[in-house]
Design a protein around this ligand. Structure first.
Ligand SMILES: Nc1nc2c(ncn2[C@@H]2O[C@H](COP(=O)(O)OP(=O)(O)OP(=O)(O)O)[C@@H](O)[C@H]2O)c(=O)[nH]1
Ligand SMILES: [Mg+2]
Length: 462
């Protein structure tokens, strides 16, 4: 991304480009209001610079004499705004031509098209939000289940920032105590202060460990889990996908070899965004399309977090069932015994050869039976009996988890150094290191690369 200058004014279309009730063109920066003056005329004859802040006004966007659209305009004066700069939002009709015309008009008057996430980046650089809150905005937009949204809103509201802030303060106290002891001492640190420092360092380390322990469940909420449905042709894989999604997404026919392409859809299972992936049942291809289908299915299986191996209970097991079962032998998988509505043909001992100790769940994808149980089993497996409660502070972001891991390691080293009565300088070094890893999380210490990685994930209008 080219270098962004904060003293210029940016604009973007902040709503998706498509037909809908309202579209928004947003401007932020010093010139936002004066530019709006040139293109908006209110029904009361007033220009935006004459309007009260944080109010909606009805009027028209004009380019000279040409009328462009009937709009509602909102002037929000700094600093009580998203970016802490002057912001103007033009609520127009959401048609591609209208939105583009307004944007082009604004750009022709000396405003720059914003970069990805630049409005939010400005909010961060102006100090209105920290980095975890900026990331939370993205998570709110992308969250796929109510639970994921709840976790993102908690982070946006500053819960994680406050926790990290308080951890950093305790480390700062330790550093101060250590520095004091370095100043006065040719001799060692007093045993009494050393004990206090050890207690504090251990406490902070425990708190970081607690956050890290929440990260497994937290990242599941944010990132979701990929779950591949596999099995030989015609066992009902696509029917199972459709039944779990409650819609006819995949083609189902009585003919084996119906599915060729890998198909992915997300479903909410107890708050977990489960990315269900339907695969082709064929194990060996006899033509180009089939060979490609087999290749794609294998790739999906390789990358899967969870596998559902589907069997057709209304038929005897076949060599292909065993082959697939063996192929995924080391992977976590449930066996789904489908077609329970038909007479059952699989003997128990035969089944155990394929299930190989995995949990067997009986369903009828056609009749929709046993699906609730299957969902419960998946959720229990993924949450490992510890579904997050609504008010638990969860670490959901991999970047935060990595920084916490590093901070934890530095603190463990500090604790070890204290126990071994190593010099105050060494202990102080580890504590400072931990502090700066925690600082990375909230963006107190940042590098352009991290900012770039985060904000490039936003859309242009945010
Ligand atoms: N009776 C009964 N039929 C089912 C059930 N589930 C699927 N079927 C039928 O089994 C046939 C195959 O179903 P699909 O879902 O296409 O099977 P698939 O495993 O995706 O097959 P491929 O894509 O060819 O690998 C269809 O005729 C379905 O209606 C079930 O629970 N009971
Ligand atoms: Mg299929």
């Amino acid at each position: 991304m080219e270098k962004l200058y904060l003293d210029d004014t940016i604009a973007a279309i902040s709503t998706p480009l498509g037909k809908s009730g309202i579209g928004i063109v947003r401007l932020s920066g010093k010139k936002a209001v004066s530019i709006a003056d040139k293109i908006f005329i209110g029904s009361n004859g007033k220009r935006p610079s004459q309007l009260a802040t944080h109010r909606l006004y009805y009027g028209w966007i004009k380019n000279g004499k040409e009328r462009i659209d009937e709009v509602l305009l909102n002037v929000m004066r700094a600093p009580r705004t998203y970016t802490k700069e002057d912001i103007v939002e033009i609520n127009c009709h959401s048609g591609i031509v209208v939105l583009r015309k307004i944007l082009e008009l604004v750009l022709s008057l000396g405003v720059r098209l914003s970069g990805r996430g630049e409005f939010t980046r400005r909010a961060y650089l102006a100090g209105r939000i920290d980095l975890t809150q900026a990331e939370a905005i993205l998570d709110v937009i992308n969250s796929q289940t109510p639970q994921a949204l709840n976790a993102a809103l908690g982070q946006l509201e500053g819960r994680l920032s406050r926790k990290i802030g308080s951890l950093r303060r305790s480390l700062l106290e330790i550093s101060t105590q250590l520095e004091a002891s370095i100043d006065f001492a040719d001799q060692d640190i007093e045993p009494k202060s050393l004990e206090k420092i050890l207690k504090k360092a251990k406490k902070a380390s425990c708190q970081i460990k607690e956050l890290l322990d929440s990260a497994d469940r937290g990242t599941i909420l944010r990132e979701g889990i990929s779950c591949v449905i596999c099995g030989r042709p015609n066992v009902g894989k696509s029917s199972l996908l459709n039944a779990l999604l409650k819609k006819d997404r995949a083609i189902v026919t009585p003919l084996p070899g119906t599915t060729r392409d890998v198909l992915e859809e997300t479903v909410d299972i107890s708050g977990i965004p489960l990315r269900l992936i339907d695969t082709a049942g064929i194990v060996e291809g006899s033509n180009l399309a089939e060979t490609e289908a087999v290749k794609r299915s294998r790739k999906a299986l390789k990358e899967a977090d969870l596998i559902l191996l589907v069997l057709d209970a209304s038929r005897k097991l076949e060599a292909e069932d065993l082959k697939i079962s063996r192929y995924i032998s080391e992977r976590c998988a449930f066996v789904v015994l489908n077609k329970q509505d038909l007479p059952q043909k699989i003997e128990a001992d035969e089944l155990s050869r394929v299930s190989r100790g995995r949990k067997v769940i009986k369903v009828s994808a056609l009749r929709g039976r046993g699906l609730k149980n299957l969902q419960r089993e998946i959720a229990a497996y993924l949450w490992r009996g510890e579904a997050p409660s609504g008010d638990e502070l969860l670490v959901t972001n991999i970047r935060h988890r990595q920084a916490l891991k590093k901070a934890h390691l530095s603190l463990r080293r500090a604790v070890k150094a204290i126990k071994m009565s190593q010099g105050a300088e060494i202990i102080a070094l580890y504590i400072k290191e931990a502090q700066s890893f925690l600082g990375e999380i909230i963006g107190k210490i940042h590098c352009e690369d991290i900012l770039e990685r985060i904000f490039s994930q936003f859309c242009i209008g945010k």
